[in-house]
Design a protein around this ligand. Structure first.
Ligand code: ATP
Length: 453
């Protein structure tokens, strides 16, 4: 983990937030390469969940949420972690994360009994600070999918089964944020709510677990580093009938990367006005505050139904950490030499191609290299970098370390003889001379999303 954190900072992937003022616990900022990696991961998810399917629509809803949404979702009452205080040193801990009944800070066993601590952040809305006009920062993106259910159904007329996908920030006032970007207070989620007919929920749950395992493999996560955890009944969230967690062997241990829950008709049911009419299975309280009927009509039987929902919910930041951990390797090159490589799948690599002029002061070479960079950029494959530090060997090493799949070197032969360039492959370290006219095609083939997720 230390090596990853060091590389992340040195190369501009991830920084401690508010660093110059001593940081803010549980917050991280993504730097020039981190933002590219994170965007590429989110784009890969969106391609798999929305573009490659005919049964999913997207959504991008507000972060600040009406407290009623989170009251009827059950979060106000139950979205808590057990908090204990150490009476000796005044530190606070999450009871279920303690390895013994001693304070990890000072070793005292004088701890309070655990008490529920609500993880939601609140903020004032509008200019009057009388405590009555507040909103929550959403603790999951899912609720806005449920509250927009009717809007999406009315505007797209889907038939069951169908899904609504969303990627966005979520906030949890974690008692002890830790392990770099693994457990933070501000993070991003990629969530799909997949609505199905009641009775078909269990088979769809199993199917989504399989789909999600395959997707993580396509992102370069070794299947052997993933394990499924069938959450026991006494650990299930209040809305869940069954949850399967996709666990990944993070540098600090085996922990949850994604949770795939069968949320039944709990959420749509809770936000629906007249629940008795729709034979909602979940035990939910009546909802006098809602005007909504979050139901769908079965075209064959003409019956109104509250669909069940299967939710694959993945953390973007945990995904970035897993992918960086999988990609990171130190290779022995013989003669006591080593290289560090981030072997990202090309579609995730922050920089797709680096174009390097052999001489940084040679006008002909520089102009040609810039032209090549522009023409590759126009292919729309992601970031193409022009870099004129003048030392090609060092350039290759640096780009190995940030995971750039291809480097293109422009030299005298390019401009004076045959319009060819050297293409250097990150993984094989092979160098190949090819005509500039074939470069676009080669780069496209190497990076094409079809071939790597
Ligand atoms: P944990 O048990 O690790 O706290 P959780 O079961 O509360 O996680 P879910 O509510 O299932 O998490 O959230 C779905 C996904 O959101 C998680 O699988 C994880 O990837 C991500 N996530 C949740 N909490 C955090 C956090 N504090 N920091 C980063 N990612 C998080």
């Amino acid at each position: 983990m230390e090596e990853l954190v060091g590389l992340a900072k040195r190369r501009g992937f991830i920084f401690q937030s508010s660093d110059i003022y001593g940081g803010l616990q549980g917050m991280y900022d993504y730097g020039p390469l981190g933002v590219e990696l994170k965007n590429n991961l989110k784009a890969a998810w969106w391609r798999a969940m929305v573009y490659n399917r005919d049964d999913v629509e997207g959504l991008d809803a507000a972060i600040l949420t009406n407290p009623l949404t989170l009251r009827y979702s059950g979060h106000e009452a139950t979205f808590t972690d057990p908090l204990v205080d150490c009476r000796a040193c005044k530190s606070r801990w999450r009871a279920d994360h303690l390895e013994s009944n001693k304070c990890p800070n000072c070793g005292s066993d004088d701890l309070t009994e655990p008490r529920p601590f609500n993880l939601m952040f609140k903020t004032q809305v509008g200019p009057v600070d009388d405590g009555s006009s507040f909103a929550y920062l959403r603790p999951e993106t899912a609720q806005a999918i449920f509250t927009n259910f009717k809007n999406v159904v009315d505007s797209t007329s889907p038939k069951l089964p169908f899904g609504i996908a969303q990627i966005g920030k979520a906030f949890r006032n974690e008692i002890t944020p830790r392990n770099f970007i693994f457990r933070v207070r501000e993070f991003e989620q990629m969530e799909l709510e997949f609505f199905v007919k009641p009775g078909e929920d269990e088979q769809w749950h199993a199917k989504w677990v399989e789909e999600r395992l395959n997707w993580w493999s396509e992102q370069g996560v070794d299947r052997n580093q993933l394990e499924l955890y069938h959450v026991p009944a006494d650990e299930l969230a209040h809305y869940s009938k069954a949850t399967v967690d996709v666990m990944y062997r993070f540098p600090h241990g085996l922990e949850e990367l994604e949770g795939i829950a069968n949320r039944t008709d709990f959420d749509l049911g809770s936000h629906t006005k007249n629940q008795a009419e729709y034979q909602i299975q979940a035990k939910v309280e009546p909802n006098p505050d809602s005007n909504a009927k979050l139901v769908i009509q079965d075209l064959a039987s003409k019956q109104w139904q509250v669909p069940y929902v299967i939710e694959p919910s993945a953390g973007v930041d945990r995904g970035v950490l897993a992918i960086m951990n999988e990609a990171y390797r130190v290779e022995d090159l013989g003669d006591g030499k080593q290289r560090t490589v981030m072997a990202f799948k090309p579609h995730l690599a922050p920089i797709k191609v680096a174009v390097l002029p052999l001489k940084r002061n040679h006008e002909g070479i520089v102009t040609k290299a810039r032209e090549i960079r522009q023409s590759l950029q126009k292919l729309g494959l992601g970031r193409i970098l022009y870099e004129d530090t003048g030392n090609i060997g060092k350039g290759y090493r640096r780009h190995d370390e940030v995971g750039t799949p291809l480097c293109v070197t422009v030299d005298f032969q390019t401009i004076e003889q045959d319009d060819t360039v050297t293409v250097r492959n990150r993984d094989t370290m092979n160098q190949e001379r090819i005509p500039v006219s074939e470069l676009g095609h080669l780069v496209q083939a190497h990076l094409s999303a079809e071939h790597n997720g």
